[in-house]
Ligand binder design. Structure first.
Ligand code: NAD
Length: 251
C-alpha cells in the first residue's frame, strides 16, 4: 500500500510546477486526489478522483467548492495550499495593486481554503494541512523579493496559528519552504529578468543557481517528497513548523 493509501487530498494550483508534482505523487502513494487549478485545461489527464477549476482568490468559489467536495467525498485528510505568485522587485517597484494581489493570492487564499475545509476535518478528528511558503520569507531575505518575502513570512505565521489552535483536535499544519525550483513560472522569471537587465539568459539562470550552495536548482519532485511525508502518518508528531527543501539556501 502507498504511504497515503485511501486518504482524500485536495491540492490547489495542481496544474503545473510544484502543485502538479505534489498531486501526482499523492496519487502515486494511493491518495484520492482532488486536483484544482484556476486554469482547468492544465489538469487534463491527471490521476485524480476529481479535477476542477478553482480560483483561490474567490471566497464564493472556495466556499461553494468546499460544500460540493464535502457532500460528495466527506472530509479531506490532506489540504495542500500551493497557489502563489512571485512579484519581482523592491518596495520601490511594488505598487498598491501588486501588494494587494500578492497577499490575496499567496496568503488570503489559504485563509479561504482552511476556513472552508477545516470544519469537516474537525468533525472527522484528523487532517494534515500543508501550506506552500518559501525559503524567501521570515527565513531569508533576497534581493527583489519584497512583497513576495512578506507574503511567504505571513504564510509561516498563519501556519503556526492554525497549528496552535487545533493541535488537540487531530489537525496538523505545516509549511514547506522551497529554495529555487524549476517550474514553468521560474522559466518565465528567468526570461523576465534577462529582458529587464539586458543580461544573457545563461547568466541570469546561473545567478538563480548560485543562490543554492548545492550548486543546482531543485525539482518539483524533491518538494513533493517532503509534502508526502508531511501529509502522511509518518509525520504524526510534526506540526506548526516551516520545513526547508532548499539545496542549502538557508544554511
Ligand atoms: P507555477 O508558478 O509555475 O504555477 C502556478 C500555478 O498556479 C499555475 O498552474 C496557475 O494556473 C495556478 N494559479 C494561478 N493563480 C491561481 C488562482 N488564483 N487560483 C488557483 N490557481 C492559480 O508553480 P511553482 O513555481 O511550482 O510555484 C508553486 C508554489 O510554490 C507557489 O506558491 C510558489 O510561490 C511556491 N514556491 C515556488 C518556488 C520556485 O522556485 N518555483 C520556490 C519557493 C516557493
Amino acid at each position: 500500500a502507498g504511504r497515503l493509501q485511501g486518504k482524500l487530498a485536495l491540492v490547489t494550483a495542481a496544474g503545473q510546477g510544484i502543485g502538479r508534482a505534489i498531486a501526482e505523487r499523492f496519487a502515486a502513494e494511493g491518495a484520492r486526489v482532488i486536483a484544482t487549478d484556476a486554469a482547468i485545461d492544465k489538469l487534463a489527464g491527471m490521476d485524480a478522483v476529481k479535477t476542477a477549476a478553482l480560483d483561490v482568490r474567490s471566497t464564493d468559489a472556495v466556499n461553494a467548492f468546499a460544500k460540493a467536495v464535502t457532500d460528495e467525498f466527506g472530509a479531506l485528510d490532506i489540504l495542500a495550499n500551493v497557489a502563489g505568485y512571485v512579484h519581482q522587485g523592491t518596495v520601490l517597484e511594488c505598487t498598491e495593486k501588486d501588494w494587494d494581489f500578492s497577499f490575496d493570492l499567496n496568503v488570503k487564499s489559504m485563509h479561504r481554503t482552511i476556513k472552508a475545509f477545516l470544519p469537516a476535518m474537525l468533525d472527522s478528528g484528523r487532517g494534515s494541512i500543508i501550506n506552500m511558503s518559501s525559503g524567501v520569507s521570515s527565513i531569508k531575505g533576497l534581493p527583489n523579493r519584497y512583497v513576495y518575502g512578506a507574503t511567504k513570512a505571513a504564510v509561516i505565521g498563519l501556519t503556526k496559528a492554525v497549528a496552535a489552535d487545533f493541535i488537540t483536535k487531530g489537525i496538523r499544519c505545516n509549511a514547506i519552504c522551497p529554495g529555487t525550483i524549476v517550474s514553468p513560472s521560474f522559466e518565465d522569471r528567468v526570461v523576465a529578468v534577462a529582458q529587464q537587465t539586458g543580461k544573457p539568459l545563461a547568466e541570469v539562470r546561473q545567478n538563480f543557481v548560485a543562490r543554492q550552495p548545492m550548486g543546482r536548482l531543485g525539482t518539483a519532485q524533491e518538494v513533493a517528497a517532503l509534502a508526502v511525508f508531511l501529509a502522511s502518518d509518518e509525520a504524526s508528531y510534526i506540526t506548526g513548523q516551516p520545513h526547508l527543501v532548499d539545496g542549502g539556501m538557508a544554511i
